[in-house]
Design a protein around this ligand. Sequence first.
Ligand code: BG6
Length: 466
Amino acid sequence: MAAFPKDFLWGAATAAYQVEGAHDEDGKGLSIWDVFSHLPGTTYQGTNGDVAVDHYHRMQEDVALMAEMGLQSYRFSISWPRLLPNGRGEVNEAGVKFYSDLIDALLAHNIVPMITLYHWDLPQALQDEGGWEVRSTAEAFEEYARLCYTRFGSRVKLWATFNETIVFIGHGYITGSHPPSVKDPARAIQACHQVFIAHAMAVKAFREMNIDGQIGFVNVLQPHTPLSDSPEDTVASELADAIHTHWLYDPVLKGTYPAELLAQTQALWGVPRFVPGDDELLRNYRCDFIGLNYYRRETVTANSGETLTQSNHSGEKNSGGEFGFKGLFKFVRNPNGIYTDWDWEIWPQGLTDGIMMIKERYGDIPIYITENGLGAKDPIVDGNIVDQPRIDYLRMHIDALEKAIALGADVRGYYPWSFIDLLSWLNGYKKQYGFVYVDHQQNLARKRKKSFYWYKEVINSHGNVR
Ligand code: BG6
C-alpha cells in the first residue's frame, strides 16, 4: 500500500504568463515580462507569452481536460496587471471575471484551486516606480492580495504569495537574465527583503480578513552535494546552503534571517536595510505551509574565480557551462550524474533528502510539492506523444516522495510541472513539461500525451499504480 495520506492532493501546476496569452486584451496592463521579452536578445529565439498557449481563451477546454485526467487540485497564478493594470487603484473587472470563472469551473469538477499571487509578472507600471527595490511595491502587493482575497477568498482555500524568490530576484538582479536585468548583489538583497516584507504584509491581511484557508510561500528546493570531501568543497556546499536555502526559507518560516549571513551582508554592503517594524512583521506573519519546487540538485565546489552565469537554454546537452559566485562556490557537473538535455541532473533521492532537511530545520511545517517535472523534447511516434522519459522521471520522484512521507514528513499534495506544455521563460516552447501537448503547427490544438493517461491512473489509484 502506498503511504499517501487520505486527503493528499494529486495536482498539477502552471503560471499565468506561461499559459494565458491575451497579454494586452480586455483591459490587462503590461507586465515586466511583456516588455522585457520584446527586447532583442532577451529570450530563446525571441519567444514570448503574447499568445502563449492561449489558455485565456481556452480555459473551459483546459479545465475539461483536467477533469478528464482526474486532477484533484490545480495550482495556477494570477496575473497582477490583469487585475490591476497599473499595479494599484482601478480594478479591471474583465480580469477578475476570468479568474472567477476559472475558479468556478474548477470547483464544478471538484478540483481544489491553489493560487500563486506572484509568479514573476510584476506590473510594468510598478517597475517604472522602482519595482521590488521600493517599499511602495510591497504596499501595492498588499492591496492586490486584499483584492484577491475579497473576490476569491470564499472559494479558494490554498494560497501562496510568491513563487521562487531566488529565481526572479537572482536572475532579475544578479545574472541580469530576467527583468529588470540588473547585475548588483546589494540591490538583489534589498529587493529580496522587500519581497519578504510584501509576503508578511499579505499574510497579515489574510489573517485580518479571516480568510478561511492556508497561506504559504513557494521556494526552490535545491539540495547541494560537495564535489569531493575536501574541506574547501564542504565549506562551499555549506555556503550554497546558506545563500540558496536558509536565506530564502528562514525569513518566511522562522521570521528571521540567518544571523551570521545577515551580519556579513550588512557589513559588506549595508543591506538589507530594515525600516522600523520589519522585524515584527517577519516574526509575526509566517507561513501556514511551504511549497517546494524540486527539479534537481547541484554539485558544489569552491570557486576562487569570477562569478559565472552561463546556462543551457538550447536543449543541446553539455552546452550549459558553470554557475557560481565570485570567491564563494560554483555549481559543476557531477561526473556520475544523469542529466537532461538542458543539463539538469535527474536525482530523485534529492526530493526525499530535501524534504527531510526542511523538516529537520523548520519542524513540522505542512509541505506541498508545488512543482516537479521533466523538461524535454517529447518524442512523437505515429502522431502520439510518447513521453516515456517524463513518466519515468515522475514515477521515480513519487517513489522518493513516498519515502519522505514514510519517514514522517507532512506532505499534503504533489503538483507536477506542468499540466500543459507552456512557455519556458528563457527556453521557449521547445522545452516541454506538460501532460497535455500543444500543437503550435495546428492552431494550438491540445493532445493528450502518454503521461496524461499514466497520471490519470496514478491519481485514480491514489498513488498505488505508477
Ligand atoms: C520553475 C518555475 O523555476 O521552473 C517555472 O516556477 C518554470 O515557472 C519551471 O517554468 C521550469 O523551468 P524552465 O526554466 O525549464 O522553464
